[in-house]
Design a protein around this ligand. Structure first.
Ligand code: KIV
Ligand code: ZN
Length: 394
């Protein structure tokens, strides 16, 4: 389990999964309690460090799910979300009563837009509420994570002040969400670096990334965050989450694995990624796009002649990840009208049919006719081509 390839001195990146909270907020993705328990068990087996199980004040059903997950999961930390509101925090604490490792996640909007339009408040009041929320959560649990909502658009010096207040009040983790997916990777990374350098007491806490994907930058921003000192990534299976989604767990984990020079590691058993992706897609009724990195149906499928020829000679010509590492048995050679002779001969060989060069030339011409008529030459069409080969008996 985990990843150690060339990373003897690798630092641990905590994987905080919020599929059951941020992911479940997506319209149509709602789960019942037993489905949520099953997802949580699979996340635990996958090796995630923290499972954000829900937002208990939001509904009795969500409270019951968080409580049931807290009773079931024994190795991962169970986290419950709350706003910086007394009742929210009390209810979150109550839902976590049975957790072996409970964490309350509390916070407040810190950007000008959130303070002015959403909270109709002032920076000073936000500082007070942040401090009070963390202090209150601390009365119930030792592990308190503070989020500065819309940190991505929050002016740096104020963000540092809020973080400092939260640290002083006892926060163990500081979450710096790019709530609207606004930041460029360099800007997000600089934000984390600035906080590391300017917040008093920051060395006592873990900095966390929570990046949304509105500009398709969630993964890049999360990686920029850990390159600049964050040690927790908040993410979801298949990148589920509000609007364009959250950082995809499978992507950040595989980036960390593929780049030993980062000297970072996670506890994720990557061989389970494909299975859990399929399970979450099915249970949450949210299909994965075919070209999705790591877990999409085409992630290890090769269809153009040039690529197929390369992969047949050596997989690494067109693949940077060994499919077995993410739980996919093997790469696939898809036969289409763009496929070449090498791919056709390869598929024939897998079916126990060796072709001479002359046979291949003739069968390939027939193959192209068939391929032009359909999207993909499947096994049935291939069987017909074998029949054709036997008939022509060159
Ligand atoms: O995107 C966000 O800011 C959030 C917080 C509630 C952590 O999901
Ligand atoms: Zn979010």
């Amino acid at each position: 389990m985990g990843q150690t390839k060339g990373t003897m001195d690798a630092q641990k990146i905590q994987i905080f999964d919020t599929t059951l909270r941020d992911g479940e907020q997506v319209p149509g993705c709602k789960l019942n309690t037993s489905e949520k328990i099953e997802v949580a068990k699979r996340l635990e087996a996958l090796g995630v460090d923290v499972i954000e199980a829900g937002f208990p004040i939001s509904s009795p059903g969500d409270f019951a799910s968080v409580e049931a997950i807290a009773k079931t999961i024994r190795s991962a930390t169970i986290c419950a979300l709350s706003r910086a509101v007394e009742k929210d925090i009390q209810v979150a604490a109550e839902s976590l009563k049975y957790a072996k490792f409970p964490r309350i996640h509390t916070g407040i909007g810190t950007s000008d837009s959130h303070i002015r339009f959403k909270l109709k408040s002032t920076q000073e009041q936000v500082l007070q509420r942040a401090e009070a929320a963390v202090r209150m959560a601390k009365q119930y649990v030792e592990d308190v994570e503070f989020y500065a909502e819309d940190a991505g658009r929050t002016e740096l010096t104020f963000l540092a002040r809020v973080c400092e207040v939260a640290v002083k009040a006892g926060a163990t983790v500081l979450n710096i969400p790019d709530t609207t997916g606004y930041c460029l990777p360099e800007a997000y990374g600089s934000k984390i670096k600035y906080l590391k350098e300017h917040v008093k007491g920051i060395e006592k806490v873990t900095l966390s990334t929570h990046c949304h994907n509105d500009l398709g930058l969630a993964t890049a921003n999360s990686i920029a965050g850990i390159q600049n000192g964050a040690r927790q990534i908040e993410c979801t299976i298949n990148g589920l989450g509000e609007r364009a989604g959250n950082t995809a767990l499978e992507e950040v984990v595989m980036i960390i694995k593929q780049y030993p020079d980062l000297h970072l590691q996670t506890n994720i058993d990557t061989r389970q990624l494909n299975t859990i992706s399929k399970f979450v897609a099915e249970t949450m009724r949210m299909p994965v796009q075919a070209n999705k990195a790591i877990v999409g149906a085409n992630a290890f499928a090769h269809s153009s002649g040039i690529h197929q020829d390369g992969v047949i000679k050596n997989r690494e010509t067109y693949e940077i990840i060994d499919p077995v590492d993410v739980g996919v048995d093997h790469s696939s050679i898809v036969l289409t009208a763009r496929s070449g002779r090498a791919a056709l001969a390869h598929r024939f060989k897998l079916l126990g049919e060796d072709l001479t060069r002359d046979e291949l030339d003739v069968v390939y011409q027939q193959f192209l006719k068939v391929a032009d008529e359909c999207l993909e030459v499947d096994d049935k069409a291939l069987a017909n081509l074998i029949e054709y080969k036997h008939q022509i008996a060159i």
